[in-house]
Write a protein that binds this ligand. Structure first.
Ligand SMILES: *[C@@H]1O[C@H](CO)[C@@H](O)[C@H](O)[C@H]1NC(C)=O
Ligand SMILES: *[C@@H]1O[C@H](CO)[C@@H](O)[C@H](O)[C@H]1NC(C)=O
Ligand SMILES: *[C@@H]1O[C@H](CO)[C@@H](O)[C@H](O)[C@H]1NC(C)=O
Ligand SMILES: *[C@@H]1O[C@H](CO)[C@@H](O)[C@H](O)[C@H]1NC(C)=O
Length: 333
């Protein structure tokens, strides 16, 4: 388990004061991999605050050390990274032991293709209160062992996980995990929220578009797109004459845009000519109040318009340039 080197109470106090809304999740994702011909198994670890990575380790990277990967400034002492590296190497040993045991149970050799993955972390509520913790381990994608919500007992599936569970029960491992999740994990999360406050606690309101597409069956697909928003939490709904529409609505998962913001869309299929009866409703923290949008048909464009406005605009511009030149000359004179 990771330990947080030195966090002052003051720092935690600052962030709990800033953290007045929303909950946040810290998760560590770790993988141990072996494949034929490999001398030393590979260990990869990545730590996230919600969807933003802030720390990483790869045992096959050039530098055998835990690295800062956050889009915010690293405010830890060099000593902190040394200690992190020490504890991650211990975690690698822990994984190797678990893998050896699991493979012995399945009577398999360490030289095949094998993976063990672990996901663990904590969720805090506004003001930094611990909400819940999680810790789960998967062998080869199927056999697994997970800590229950009580943080005292385990759930396991299949042979290897059952044996390892019994061993962990005897050793009181749940107690150790629980202590980490409730204390150090929360401290680490609050520290990252403090360092990355401007990035993590910001709100970017969504940009909303409604698009219109004629389908092959001559019905219309109206798609309500929400772009560039943060945080990920958003509600998109379609209404017909003011009532929620659920039939014929396709709603995609909120997905990261790759630049730290999120995207989502909801599409509805409507009879041609009835577009104006449908409204898209958007709720997001970044909007002062929920937005309501309709499909806006393009203004009927008369092709003569640009030709007329072109010269008119041109004349106005030329006029402006001439006047400003004259004005300059006059001031010079
Ligand atoms: C972070 O994750 C938590 C737990 O999954 C979720 O409830 C919360 O809305 C997320 N916060 C942000 C800002 O995305
Ligand atoms: C490895 O660490 C050294 C010293 O900390 C650093 O200068 C170098 O850029 C690192 N290399 C990589 C590939 O991260
Ligand atoms: C393990 O595998 C070997 C070779 O396949 C076999 O001889 C042995 O009986 C197996 N042991 C167990 C406990 O299944
Ligand atoms: C419509 O759906 C939204 C989101 O699911 C919900 O908040 C709202 O109460 C619903 N409105 C009605 C009139 O059912």
């Amino acid at each position: 388990m990771r330990t947080l080197a030195s966090q002052t109470l003051l720092l935690l106090l600052l962030v709990t004061l800033a953290l007045t809304k929303g909950s946040y999740r810290l998760s560590h994702f770790q993988t141990l991999l072996t494949w034929p011909g490999l001398v030393e198994s590979q260990f990869i670890s990545a730590s996230y605050v919600n969807d933003t990575q802030f720390m990483g380790f790869n045992s096959r990277a050039e530098n055998l050390s835990v690295e800062h990967r956050a889009p915010w400034v690293d405010q830890q002492e060099p000593q902190y990274w040394l200690e992190e590296t020490q504890s991650i190497l211990q975690e690698k040993n822990f994984f190797q032991e678990v893998m050896k045991k699991a493979l012995r149970i399945y009577n398999q050799s360490m030289s095949g293709y094998h993976t063990i993955q672990r996901r663990y972390g904590c969720i805090v509520l506004p003001r930094g209160y611990f909400n819940r913790g999680f810790h789960e381990l998967t062998f080869g994608g199927q056999d697994y062992i997970a800590l229950n919500e009580d943080l005292c007992t385990w759930t396991s599936a299949c042979k290897a996980a059952k044996r390892i569970r019994q061993e962990w029960e005897r050793a009181g491992f749940a107690e150790e995990v629980k202590t980490y999740l409730k204390d150090e994990c929360v401290e680490l999360l609050l520290a990252q929220l403090h360092y990355g406050e401007e990035i993590l606690l910001r709100t970017d309101a969504p940009k909303i578009l409604v698009t219109h597409k004629v389908r092959t069956d001559r019905k219309i697909t109206l798609r309500c797109l929400a772009l560039n928003f943060y945080p990920a939490e958003i509600t998109l709904t379609w209404q017909r004459d003011g009532s929620n529409q659920t039939l014929d609505v396709e709603l995609v998962e909120t997905r990261p845009a790759g630049d730290g913001t999120f995207q989502k869309w909801a599409a509805v299929v409507v009879p041609s000519g009835e577009e104006q009866r449908y409204t898209c409703h958007v709720h997001h923290e970044g909007l002062p109040e929920p937005l309501t949008l309709r499909w806006e048909p393009p203004q009927p464009s008369v092709p003569i318009m640009p030709i007329v406005t072109g010269p008119v605009l041109g004349a106005v511009l030329i006029g402006a340039v001439v006047t400003s030149l004259m004005w300059k000359r006059r001031t010079k004179g």
